[in-house]
Design a protein around this ligand. Sequence first.
Ligand SMILES: Cc1cc2nc3c(=O)[nH]c(=O)nc-3n(C[C@H](O)[C@H](O)[C@H](O)COP(=O)(O)O)c2cc1C
Length: 170
Amino acid sequence: MDFSQAICNRTSIRKYKSAEISRVILEQLVNAGRRAPSARAVEPWEFVVVQSPQTLRELSEIAANGSFIQYAQAAIIVFCRKTKYYLEDGCAATENILLAAAAQGIGACWIAGDKKEYASQVSEMFRASGLQLVSIISLGIPDEIKAQSKKRSLDNVIHWEFFKKKESSE
Ligand SMILES: Cc1cc2nc3c(=O)[nH]c(=O)nc-3n(C[C@H](O)[C@H](O)[C@H](O)COP(=O)(O)O)c2cc1C
């Protein structure tokens, strides 16, 4: 799949087949994450790869709005050291992983982040004390066919040079 296809075809996938994702592919996904830009090149990230069904189940019970993690074949959890721009850096890494997954035909969903009440619980669960949870990415071979998610149109979001002046009502 080429780059623009991966971007356009990526959607959040929350239903997974029971087929395994190989360690090689999981390493490729983390590799995509670590290639992300980071402010001042500090690379504050750490990636925990989870394949244990029991751990995935426990995670699904902790992560509100992430109950489907229990059906995932794997998850990558992105933690960051608390640097000034850790959230931006960790999000860049997360998006790289999502796009790399889409390019490989792997379904993925971004769950949560550092603002969730359960963030510190997840850090403790993975012995990531002192690290900030940025995202949980559930992974699996898609077991749902989804059209591209509806997005705001290009015309609606693009502003050449600056925002247009509001038309006067007079
Ligand atoms: C910061 C962030 C947190 C998210 N948290 C959740 C979540 O907790 N549970 C979930 O099912 N989806 C979560 N999502 C996925 C969004 O719901 C999804 O990206 C959005 O509906 C747009 O759909 P798309 O990913 O298919 O384009 C999250 C996405 C982001 C960027």
